[in-house]
Design a protein around this ligand. Sequence first.
Ligand SMILES: O=P(O)(O)OC[C@@H](O)[C@@H](O)c1c[nH]c2ccccc12
Length: 270
Amino acid sequence: MTDTILDKIKAYKLEEVAADKAAKPLEAVEADARAASPVRPFADALFDAAREGYGLIAEIKKASPSKGLIRADFDPTTLAAAYAAGGATCLSVLTDTPSFQGAKDYLVAAREACTLPVLRKDFMYDTYQVAEARALGADCILIIMASVSDAQAHELEEAADEWGMDALIEVHDKAELDRAALLKSRMIGINNRNLKTFETSLDTTRSLSKYVDMDKMIVSESGLNTPDDLSEMAKFGARVFLIGESLMRQDDVETATRTLLANPLRPGGM
Ligand SMILES: O=P(O)(O)OC[C@@H](O)[C@@H](O)c1c[nH]c2ccccc12
């Protein structure tokens, strides 16, 4: 079997984590995590926003494996401030360098530039990375079900919880969603991007949303471009969105963000 992009990312990420551990032992990272700026409530902010309008997790993303460079004029401080001014609820910051040209420092800079809760967007396998996320200031981590075992997912979620952070559980098929249902996180991210082919289809949210427990929040992720995309997803119960590329390609990120959120489909469909 040929390796998928996710297999390749996992292989280098485990090496990175081993090198990070050698350079900075867990105890030192934990000391930084304990001294970090207090956690900002991530899930709560999204639940509040989605009650009347939409919740937006706006992503700071310079490049991706499928699209290459997305935004040349890239300053995390300016972008975070623009997203916040435009009405984003939370931020997502890519900290993976080899595939996304992200950086841990970008998360620190973005979080300092605003008061929004921030998701560390990375490929998480080890609780060391969770402590590190908190040490950087992150308020939430991502757990990608396609890339971890049930035991790992549980362990990562527990670690996030111990640090007072939330966890966004990402799925892209029914089997992953069934596994995610065993976890306690209130946020289920349905990724519209197929991680094997890189194609995005909003049919992923359309078909999986009906299987998500009523008490959980659906976050529709990837491939969302227009207000019509959001209202279409809202018809399927998704009122929270994780959006990167389509906003990162705009010259005026603040106005683009505001425009995207301007006319939410009201709960109940009005
Ligand atoms: O740029 P888009 O198509 O709006 O997608 C954002 C986000 O969903 C995407 O970056 C993403 C979703 N899950 C991930 C896991 C790892 C890296 C990136 C991602």
